[in-house]
Structures are given as C-alpha cells and as structure tokens.
Design a binder for this molecule. Structure first.
Ligand SMILES: NC(=O)c1ccc[n+]([C@@H]2O[C@H](COP(=O)([O-])OP(=O)(O)OC[C@H]3O[C@@H](n4cnc5c(N)ncnc54)[C@H](OP(=O)(O)O)[C@@H]3O)[C@@H](O)[C@H]2O)c1
Length: 242
C-alpha cells in the first residue's frame, strides 16, 4: 500500500479535531499531520499523529511546509478548518451601523487570508502523482445567491471572498497542481464553540455533531476526482449556488 499523509490545518477547533480523529480511524491513511496555534490535546495523541504548532504567519507556514518536505508526493487529504464568527472583540453584525474596520480585518484574516496563504505555500508539496482532495471549510452564508436574510456582514463576505479565492486558486492549480481537487465545504450547523451562542434557534435534528460532519466530509474527500474545478458542497454532498 502506498504511503499516504493527511494534513489538518486549524486542527484545534471542533471540526478540525474531529477531522484529525476521522483520518486516524482510516486505515488507508498512514500518517496524520495536524497544525494548530496550540499544542496537541491529550485525547487525540496517537503514534500516527504529528502535531505542529504555528502562529499562521508566513514565516511559520514556510517552516511547517519545510518540515513536511519528506512527505512530498504522499499527501492525499488536506483539510483547512480555520474560521472565526465571534471573538472577544468581534460579534456578528445585525445592521450597517455595527460594521467596524477592526472586526472586518480580524474576520477576513482568519477566514480568507490564512487559508489563501496555506494554498500558496502548500502547492509545491501537494504536486504529485497521487490524487489529493483539499477541503476548505467555508459556509453556506458565503453564497451570494442564497443570501436572503442579510446580517453577519464580516463573516458572510469573508466566506464569499474565500470562495472566490478558492475558484481563482482552482484555475491556477488546474495548470500547476493537476492532481488536486479543491472543495469549498459547508458543514451545516455543527456543535462547536463557533456556533455555541447561536444554537438556541436551531432545531435539535439540524444541529450536527462534529463526528457526523467529519464522517460526511471524509466520504466526500475519498471519492473526489481531480478535474481542475472547485466544488462548493454541503455536508449532504449537494452543490450550493455561488
Ligand atoms: N460550526 C458551525 O456550525 C459551522 C457552520 C458553517 C461553517 N463552519 C466553518 O467550519 C470551520 C470550523 O469551525 P468550527 O465550527 O470547528 O469552529 P471552532 O471550533 O471555533 O474552530 C475554529 C477554527 O478556526 C481556527 N482559528 C480561530 N481563530 C483563528 C485565527 N485568528 N486565525 C487563524 N485560524 C483561526 C482555529 O484553529 P486553531 O487550531 O489554531 O485553534 C480552529 O481550527 C470554520 O471555517 C467555520 O466557519 C462552521
């Protein structure tokens, strides 16, 4: 069996950690590499897992990719799990008057800039003979066609910008990294710290566990065929309109 590596970036969050555990449970994956701002949680430690710490500066990304150089040609799964909806200084806007430059910058940095920089730094590592599925956690609220509710200006627009960043990357990857399939993924409302303050309005059967969503995404990634196109998919493998 060929040596295969799965990479999870932003591995410390709810969905990131679930993707690490999902890949560790897959016997076809030889090694899992997780990257986070914090160290490895005790409950995911595993002999097949390497956990790297990064502050997501470009210098740190360069160092992560350098450490992964021996794995070049073996990476078959990459999951980018970065995302910010609220923080100590950010709360989703309800109306125009709530928009601030600082919040826009903070949200865009986590949701759009960090994933874009990873795809810049990773392309030479990912190029190879094995098909590689790269899933980036986006959100349905980034769909312009689907937006009838309004609100959440920073989060929505950062995810729309992420989708355009991914489409533009897909065009270039189709020429330079042909073995990669890019997927912009909407997990559905999932029980994590990100959705916690907004869960009261969500019916119980619409609030997913991280394990359920990780299983869905792993299945989608396993059947992804590199075709030079970006897919925008939800947890049910249904295409979302741009
Ligand atoms: N949960 C939901 O209902 C839901 C719905 C739709 C879309 N999503 C998307 O799913 C993804 C994962 O979210 P989650 O629910 O797992 O949330 P979470 O538990 O809050 O995890 C947040 C993730 O974002 C990273 N992150 C946080 N602040 C960051 C910053 N300033 N710069 C770079 N990375 C940062 C964290 O990485 P570290 O490992 O470094 O901590 C962590 O992986 C996000 O893209 C989110 O938008 C979630």
């Amino acid at each position: 069996m060929a040596l295969t590596t799965a990479l999870v970036l932003g591995a410390g969050g709810g969905l990131g950690k679930a993707m690490v555990q999902q890949f560790l449970a897959d016997p076809s994956i030889s090694r899992v590499v997780a990257v986070s701002r914090n160290g490895c949680p005790a409950d995911v430690a595993d002999a097949r897992l390497d956990w790297l710490v990064s502050d997501y500066s470009e210098q740190s990304m360069t160092s992560v990719v350098a450490q992964l150089t021996p794995s070049k040609g073996t990476v078959t799964r990459v999951c980018l799990c970065h995302g910010l909806l609220h923080s100590e200084s950010v709360w989703p806007e309800k109306r125009l008057e709530d928009i601030t430059a600082d919040a826009l910058h903070e949200v865009f940095h986590a949701n759009t800039v960090v994933p874009a920089l990873w795809l810049k730094h990773l392309h030479s590592l990912l190029k190879g003979a094995l098909p590689c599925a790269v899933a980036v956690l986006s959100a349905r609220v980034g769909s312009i066609g689907d937006n009838r509710l309004g609100g959440w200006y920073a989060y929505r627009t950062s995810k729309s910008a992420l989708n355009m960043m991914l489409q533009t990357t897909a065009v270039e990857y189709s020429r330079r990294v042909k073995n990669v399939k890019l997927i912009s993924f909407h997990p559905g409302t999932t029980d994590t710290a990100l959705s916690k303050p907004f869960q009261a309005a969500v019916p119980t059967d619409k609030l997913f566990t991280t394990e359920f969503v990780a299983g869905r995404l792993a299945t989608i990634m396993a059947s992804a065929e590199p075709d030079g196109q970006l897919a925008y998919l939800d947890w049910d493998n249904k295409t979302i309109p741009w």
